[in-house]
Design a protein around this ligand. Structure first.
Ligand code: DAS
Length: 329
């Protein structure tokens, strides 16, 4: 919506993370302390670009976010768009950004962009990237061709799609990558420039329940099956395995998965960080042909952490039987 001022309305909210962190905030090291308003002080251009509605929704490191607070964030963002916001920008910690972006993307029903960003350097460090990332996120949010692309992650002047983006380095400035496909676009002279038109999007309804739990375990050399077997007895309703290579587990894990798969949805993804799982190449016990015969779903391109988000939402909307259709090859 364009107001009399001629400026579009942009809603910005902060959740915490390094972008909100400063030294001297009650202990050693940097800690979350800046409100959303305070984060905006260093980006005065934003008020010339849009009529802003600003909110500090929480102030936590992103490892401490969860599905319940994210559903509250989603409700806030939906309300903003329903009341006429052209787009929404969220700032948060980068540690779980690849998961939160995918979670919100699966539930974001609008063409209006929801753009997420953060920072690799805190507000106390020279050359901190928070203000530049926030400005770039707003520029992407206000670019017309960003519409219809769901949730986008903007870091370091690159635009990433929610399904592929991952934090691929712990401390580097260029930490965010979309392995296999690359970013969907870049920020050039204040506008988002995209490589392709938007893909068709499928969106889920809001979950009817939120008490379901989905386990995520990583296959590794010489791992016993104790934790895997415990999944069945601990009340989990779904299981994701970060498998070796193209989606493989040991013979002993395959036996246990064969018992679990008839009782709950089981996904095997690749722990490598790039490329799809196989479907019809390897025939040994624990490889994809064996696992699929046992009722296990192969993750395709989706990484283990995003598989867990997807499965949690599918169970929450009673759509777990459609799981395979949601796993991109
Ligand atoms: N590593 C921090 C960040 O990049 C902490 C967090 O994710 O909250 O924001």
């Amino acid at each position: 919506m364009i107001e009399h001022s001629g400026l579009p309305r942009l809603s910005i909210a902060s959740l915490g993370g390094t972008v909100s962190m400063q030294a001297g905030a009650g202990g050693p090291g940097v800690r979350p302390s800046l409100s959303c308003e305070q984060q905006l002080f260093q980006v005065p251009q934003l008020r010339e670009m849009a009529l802003l509605n600003v909110a500090s929704l929480c102030l936590v490191p992103s490892a401490s976010l969860g599905f319940a607070p994210l559903l509250d964030v989603l409700a806030w963002a939906r309300r903003e768009v329903e009341r006429g916001a052209h787009a929404v920008v969220l700032t948060q910690g980068t540690d779980s950004l690849e998961e939160t972006a995918y979670f919100l993307d699966l539930l974001w029903p609008f063409d209006a962009p929801l753009v997420m960003t953060g920072a690799m350097r805190s507000a106390s460090q020279p050359g901190n990237d928070g203000p530049a990332n926030l400005l770039a996120a707003a520029q992407v949010a206000l670019t017309q061709s960003s519409r219809g692309r769901g949730v986008l992650v903007v870091m370091n002047d690159q635009v990433h799609g929610a399904a592929r983006v991952r934090k691929a380095a712990s401390l580097a400035m260029e930490a965010f990558k979309s392995p296999g496909s690359g970013p969907v676009g870049e920020v050039i002279e204040g506008l988002a420039a995209y490589r392709h038109p938007p893909d068709r999007r499928e969106v889920l309804p809001l979950p009817g329940r939120t008490d379901q739990r989905v386990a995520l375990l990583e296959a590794c050399l010489d791992a016993d099956t104790a934790l895997l077997q415990a999944v069945a007895t601990l009340g989990y309703e779904g299981l994701v395995i970060a498998g070796f290579g193209a989606g493989h587990v040991s013979g002993s894990w395959s036996d246990v998965l064969g018992h679990l798969a008839p009782t709950m949805p089981v996904i095997v993804a690749s722990r490598t960080g790039k490329g799809p799982t196989a479907r019809a190449t390897y025939g040994f016990s624990g490889a994809e042909i064996d696992l699929q015969q046992k009722g296990v779903c192969m993750a395709g391109q989706l990484c283990p952490r995003k598989c867990r988000i997807l499965l949690w939402l599918l169970i929450g909307t009673d759509r777990q039987h459609d799981l395979q259709a949601w796993l991109p090859t």
